[in-house]
Design a protein around this ligand. Structure first.
Ligand code: DC
Length: 213
């Protein structure tokens, strides 16, 4: 079934809740384009870390304004260091403002789009056709992230991963501008007790219902 131009699926949630997996699967199933918006903030953070000199809101804003598509393709965006720095630059309103139009244009593209992040259903695409808020318990999320990191060869332990995750969630949820929270009309998907297949099936069913309803 083909979606009308601008059909948008907004998938938000805290770190390691499974929204990336669900988003990719939904996009693949319906032939929609997919944007992992966390990569935008990670790319800004990566360039800031590369430049040295520590964290600076003004510098983060300048980097965000000059971000290029190739920055999102870097292979070194998924480290714990970049995740924490991304959460810090994401709290800068000017950084968020600099990245807003790119995300809205992506959402409006022909053929449908899935965007995942923290503020897609609340700020970037408040009119999204489908909104999901994917979550899971802290322990489950930390367990998933821990396995992911160790499989990639990172030397870490569960407690460190859990503490990092909680620190990042707190920063993402407590910031003034576009904090992490479910949109009022989002469907909540708690994946704590779900397999990947079950979570994906629930998300696909929600989109299907909107496309056919
Ligand atoms: O989804 P992620 O873990 O790759 O995101 C990295 C950080 O980027 C996250 O801690 C907060 C920020 N972020 C955001 O503020 N808004 C988004 N739409 C996506 C990510």
């Amino acid at each position: 079934m083909s979606a009308r131009a601008g059909f948008t699926v907004a998938i938000d949630g805290p770190a390691a809740a499974g929204k990336g997996t669900v988003s990719r699967a939904v996009a693949g199933h319906f032939g929609f384009a997919h944007l992992d918006t966390g990569l935008l903030y990670r790319a800004v953070a990566r360039r800031m870390l590369d430049a040295g000199g520590g964290y600076d809101a003004g510098r983060a804003e300048a980097i965000a304004a000059a971000l290029e598509p190739a920055d999102l393709d870097r292979g070194d965006l998924r480290t714990a260091e970049v995740a924490q720095a991304a959460s810090r630059v994401a709290a800068v309103p000017q950084v968020r403002a600099a990245l807003l139009e790119f995300q809205r244009a992506f959402a409006a593209r022909a053929g449908g789009a899935v965007l995942d992040g923290r503020d897609i259903g609340t700020v970037i695409c408040p009119e999204a056709d489908v909104k999901l808020f994917v979550t899971a318990s802290d322990a489950v999320r930390a367990g998933r992230r821990f396995r992911e990191l160790t499989e990639k060869g990172f030397d870490t332990d569960f407690d460190t991963v859990l503490a990092d995750l909680r620190a990042r969630d707190a920063r993402d949820a407590d910031r003034i501008d576009a904090p992490l929270k479910p949109a009022g009309d989002a469907l909540l998907l708690d994946t704590s007790e779900m397999s990947i297949e079950q979570a994906v099936a629930a998300a696909i069913a929600a989109v299907e219902a909107r496309l056919t309803g």
